[in-house]
Structures are given as structure tokens and as C-alpha cells.
Design a protein around this ligand. Structure first.
Ligand code: SF4
Ligand code: SF4
Length: 174
């Protein structure tokens, strides 16, 4: 015995379904036009959502007072990273008081899971997760964030001072 129902003649009529769908869309459009404040969506990019100040977005490499990187290339962040997306190349510094520094620091943001372990692992607040969340790019290499992007992108306005340097400046009263 067949359990497949044969379609009735009226079930071949798609028009009522299409018209009812279009009617619902039109009704919602009119409702939204006259109640823009109550719309559940934002008109991005003109309007942006205000995330919490604790939001962990795109990474920032902080800088010292002279604008150079705070990072000491200790590799703790790269070791803590579960996604293995931080690559650091360390080099000796010409200043004898600085043991080493990164000549290359890259984060493959497409592999990153935004867990925040790198930020937690850093002993000198050299890597931080900032409030920015937009990650546009046209090809794969655009998502490999280098020192120039992480520390000196235009939105950072010359670089974010690390907390270590902020405290020092505070103590010296400058
Ligand atoms: S947020 Fe997590 S996954 Fe992303 S770079 Fe930091 S440690 Fe790695
Ligand atoms: S960002 Fe911090 S944890 Fe990572 S290498 Fe630099 S100093 Fe070490």
C-alpha cells in the first residue's frame, strides 16, 4: 500500500502562497518605515552597536612612551594561543637595557578564536584585545595582521600606551 499522497489539483496553485508572503513582507516594510526606532536591526554602517567596554575584539600591540613596541618577544602569548595563530620573530635590541624585541609579530585573524588567552598571558600588557570588531579584507593576506596594523593602524592614533607605561607616567607625574 502506498503511503505517498497524491497532490490534489488545488495544491498546484502557488499563487496564494506567493501573494500571502508578499503581503506579509509589504506589511512589515510599512510597519518598519513608520516605527524606525523600534526596528530590531541597525542601519549598518551608519549605525553601530555599542558593545560592552569589556568586549574582546581586534588585537592591539601597545607602545612605550617613545612610540616603540612594549612587547619583549617573550613568546608567552604565542605559547598560550590555542589556535597557534601568533607568529613572532625576536631580535636583539641595540639598546643594552632592552633584552630583545619583535622584528616580526603576526596574528592570523582568520584562525583566531578571540579567546583572550594571549592578553591574559602577557606580563607587560603588550598585547590587548580592543573594542574594534570589523575585520574587512579582500584576500587572505589582508587577515594576517602585522606590527604596522596591530600597533600603528590609523584608528589607534599613534599607538595605545601600555598600562606599564601609563603607571610609570602616573608615578613620575608627567
Ligand atoms: S585571542 Fe586566543 S586565539 Fe586569538 S590570538 Fe589570542 S590566544 Fe590566539
Ligand atoms: S605580546 Fe606580551 S606575551 Fe606576547 S611576546 Fe610580547 S611581551 Fe610576550
Amino acid at each position: 500500500m502506498s503511503i505517498v499522497k497524491k497532490p490534489s489539483k488545488t495544491s498546484n496553485w502557488y499563487l496564494p502562497g506567493i501573494l500571502s508572503g508578499m503581503g506579509f513582507t509589504f506589511k512589515t516594510m510599512i510597519k518598519n518605515i513608520f516605527n524606525r526606532d523600534k526596528m530590531p536591526t541597525l542601519n549598518y554602517p551608519e549605525q553601530k552597536y555599542n558593545y560592552s567596554s569589556r568586549f574582546k575584539g581586534n588585537h592591539v600591540l601597545t607602545v612605550k612612551k617613545d612610540g616603540s613596541l612594549r612587547c619583549t618577544a617573550c613568546m608567552l602569548c604565542a605559547t598560550a594561543c590555542p589556535a597557534d595563530c601568533i607568529k613572532i620573530t625576536a631580535s636583539e635590541h641595540e639598546d643594552p637595557t632592552v633584552e630583545k624585541y619583535p622584528i616580526n609579530y603576526e596574528i592570523d585573524i582568520l584562525r583566531c578564536v578571540f579567546c583572550g588567552y594571549c592578553e591574559e598571558a602577557c606580563p607587560v600588557d603588550a598585547v590587548r584585545m580592543g573594542p574594534e570588531w570589523q575585520t574587512p579584507g579582500l584576500c587572505g593576506s589582508d587577515f594576517n595582521y602585522d606590527i604596522q596594523h596591530l600597533a600603528y593602524r590609523p584608528s589607534l592614533k599613534g599607538g595605545a600606551l601600555s598600562r606599564v607605561d601609563e603607571e610609570e607616567r602616573h608615578k613620575s607625574g608627567i
